[in-house]
Design a protein around this ligand. Sequence first.
Ligand code: SF4
Ligand code: SF4
Length: 460
Amino acid sequence: MPPKYHIETSQAPNRFPKITRSGIIAWEEGCLKCARCVKKDCIYQVYEKRDLDDRQMLDSLDSACMDCFRCVQNCPNRLIHKGLNPAYRALGDHYWTPEIISELWFQAESGRIPVSGAGYGGPFSGPGFDAMWTDMSEIVRPTRDGIHGREYISTTVDIGRKAMALEFGPGGEIVSRTPPVVEIPLPVIFDMLPWAPPGDNIPLSFLYGALALGTFAIVRQSAINPIIREFLPYAIIYVDGDPGSLHAQMLRSLKIIEVPDGEDPIALQKRFKSMHPELVVMIRLRLSPGARERSLYLIEQGAEVLHLVADEYGLEGGSDPLFIKERMKDVHLHLVDRGVRDQVTLIGGGGIAMAEHMAKLIICGADALSIDIPLLVSMECRVCRRCKEGISCPVGLDDVDPLWGSLRIRNLMAAWHSQLLEILGAMGIREARRLRGEMGRAMFFEDLEKEIFATMGKRG
Ligand code: SF4
Ligand code: SF4
């Protein structure tokens, strides 16, 4: 049995006051000037320690309050109230919701799974990943022990092309060449960000994080400098410049390289592999309605790994875009139908915001995923996109300490790993590899809706 994969966590405190869901509203007007104000009775000394974070203009009252409601209940003139914090509601957007952002902050700070305490409070259906449920029917069976130690649940996956058969020579020796495969202990790689403040600190946090977790971070060729060069063994270089400038010595320090889909990515793959045969080459494809035919074509030409990328909302390109989980199902099933699915590794990325999305995309056919924005959010990003406009970051992410950043990423991934184990255990599956394409173990809202309403209105 392989050694058990474990992610060490430790508390990584926020650098800035958190933006909390509820805020305190305390009116001065009408104050009775009681001899002993209820504010003095706050056992957390929230009013006494009150401060203003002038970078974000945030009152510490909101982030320090523990929601005990003591002051709210005891003020005789009802001048203290708690309400939904407008700064919280303004976080992110319709997809990167305040709830998702604040849960990512919690996981990155603590390394723990967020527990609601009073059952599931989220939606039971909705767009995207919310329209899919996993089958947790094994929740009380022995495989669940794997989460807590007695049985092992593996989250390791392979990146590379698989040989479908071995060929033997006359003497019984293996004569077929097995393509190179890279194992990662967690089905996640770190992708390039759609937007971020400039500088090396964020990519360095990703690379330190990748090193600690045993995975890889994608780095643009154009971003390589002497500092980043030190981390090449944990990087996947994305070729966004002249491939000729990537010399053999640099390629030999890599395990994986990524090339964009374009005129002839297979020619580029052959070129890199002639210089370093053990290199795994990923081809990055923008998800689109043509993705299934393009994927099939590239696999027939010898592609090893296809990285299928949606936008930051999980949508493919085109005028009537499908969500990533639908297109991933479509590509996966098409490749199964053509008998080539097992030869290739499919990595999906774009719109992965929560741990459950990881399991759901694997069920839809991905071998592994790439994540981007959650890593930035783990370092306190507010998803305000000011950096996209070239405006300064309210939480100074350009100055972030890469060691602190990597600790937050490690904590986040530990929480996601624990949640993946929970899902695998509850489904009675002991390997993330075996979760791939297990669509029979999930329910899809659209399918149920069709099934239920198909016969309605029909006369027998
Ligand atoms: S609600 Fe409780 S914790 Fe919050 S300020 Fe009032 S007394 Fe303090
Ligand atoms: S907080 Fe805003 S400006 Fe800073 S990295 Fe996040 S999106 Fe960009």
